[in-house]
Design a protein around this ligand. Structure first.
Ligand code: SF4
Ligand code: SF4
Length: 390
């Protein structure tokens, strides 16, 4: 039986027994590196959560319930805590498990509940009801349905399908792939949200429903390769979907292979100083740090600079883990990223994630620095350079 203001010990056991809560040595590295805690954005304290959960589950303090800990909804799922834990205790798994338990009791912030409802009703977190391929109007794009197969699939994702700014990522991706003579298809109306955000919010049932619908489409169209422009989708396909005979690539890794083959050329220069912002789902979750930089450096004229916090030490934009739909008081971490980029001397912040693009663009406007710096997805930059294969 569940109680409203806490999570019962039995439920904790059931949900968290697969996590590695019991290897935590309370060193505090997770809390000391959590960007929300160290920037005083939230009381979220992964070390304390690990301790409280372990006390109950090990029977050291056999209290009947864990208190609500509503601050778990503040977590961006950036994985800084898990990636730096010396014991591989994965505090993020515990946080997602706690979210699942709160969700089951209906203790979910209103905005997040609404967002999950939209995913359930419309198959996308934006609540978009128009054709999912409307962004592709006027472009040369094949639908998987036209040929009945889609060996190479461009999985567009919700943000790039419905958000007016992020749609430019999808349009640029199509432009670049066509310029490189890559044969690809999209699923259009048969593409559903990847479910990555639902999973990180603890909505496992909804995630499985979405994953099954996408997997059925992959099987129907004999998909062998899935190309994503969103690291959240990349991560979901790689780790959360059951193996179904397809490989998944984020476009930065796909393009790196072309660069290595020496066949990628450009007809125009990009005379700009650019800093790359590491997306957490590409970097900390998947260790992809070199590839985006390699793609940027391949563009003629680009001067690549590093922000003081980059690669493994990079800081989250605060858009993951459902936080695109759930704000908390105070200035956002993406504001700090814009300041980091300005200090590095960059004119452009390059991103490889639609969530990062949107949060950073918002911060550029909020800080009133549009005349000093801009944010662009790597695909947008590539499209401007006129890529071609030789
Ligand atoms: S979860 Fe890992 S980093 Fe955090 S206190 Fe425990 S051992 Fe240290
Ligand atoms: S995933 Fe990121 S925001 Fe969440 S607790 Fe860990 S470090 Fe903090």
């Amino acid at each position: 039986m569940l109680e409203v203001n806490g999570i019962m010990s039995a439920e904790l056991h059931e949900t968290l027994r697969e996590t590695k809560f019991n290897v935590c040595i309370q060193c505090g590295t997770c809390s000391a590196s959590c960007p929300l805690l160290v920037n005083a954005r939230s009381p979220l304290n992964p070390r304390m959560l690990m301790l409280e959960v372990a006390y109950i589950l090990r029977g050291i303090n056999p209290q009947e319930s864990l208190k609500e800990h509503s601050e778990v909804w503040d977590c961006t799922t950036c994985s800084t805590c898990s990636s730096r834990c010396p014991r591989d205790a994965r505090p993020l798994d515990v946080i997602v498990g706690l979210r699942r338990l709160l969700l089951e009791q209906g203790l979910v912030p209103r905005n997040l509940g609404k967002m999950l409802e939209k995913v359930y009703m419309y198959g996308n977190a934006w609540g978009g009801m128009e054709d999912r391929a409307a962004w592709a109007q006027g472009l040369r794009v094949r639908l998987a349905q036209e040929r009945g197969e889609a060996e190479k699939l461009y999985f567009v994702g919700c943000a790039s399908s419905y958000d007016l700014r992020a749609r430019r990522i999808a349009r640029s991706t199509v432009h670049v792939l066509n310029s490189l003579n890559v044969e690809f298809s999209i699923l259009g109306g048969e593409e559903k949200c990847c479910g990555g955000e639902a999973y990180s919010l603890g909505e496992k049932g909804l995630f499985e429903e979405l994953a099954n619908a996408n997997l059925e489409a992959f099987e129907r169209y004999k998909v062998k390769e899935v190309l994503t422009s969103c690291p959240h989708g990349y991560n979901a396909f790689k780790y959360r979907y059951r193996k179904a005979g397809f490989e998944v690539f984020h476009y930065t890794t796909y393009l790196t292979a072309l660069i290595d083959s020496g066949r990628l050329m450009f007809s125009r220069k990009m005379e700009k100083t650019i800093a790359f912002h590491d997306s957490c789902y590409l970097g900390k979750h998947n260790g992809i740090y070199d590839e985006p930089r390699k793609v940027l450096e391949s563009m003629p004229g680009v001067r690549l600079v590093e922000m003081s916090r980059s690669r493994k030490m990079s800081m989250c934009c605060e858009g993951g883990g459902g936080r695109m739909w759930h704000d908390i008081p105070g200035s956002r971490l993406s504001d700090l990223r814009v300041k980091d980029a300005l200090e590095s001397g960059a004119e452009i912040i390059a991103t490889a994630c639609p969530f990062c693009l949107l949060t950073i663009e918002d911060s550029i406007k909020t800080l009133g620095v549009e005349n000093r710096i801009a944010v662009m997805d790597i695909m947008e930059l590539l499209a401007e350079c006129g890529p071609r294969l030789v």
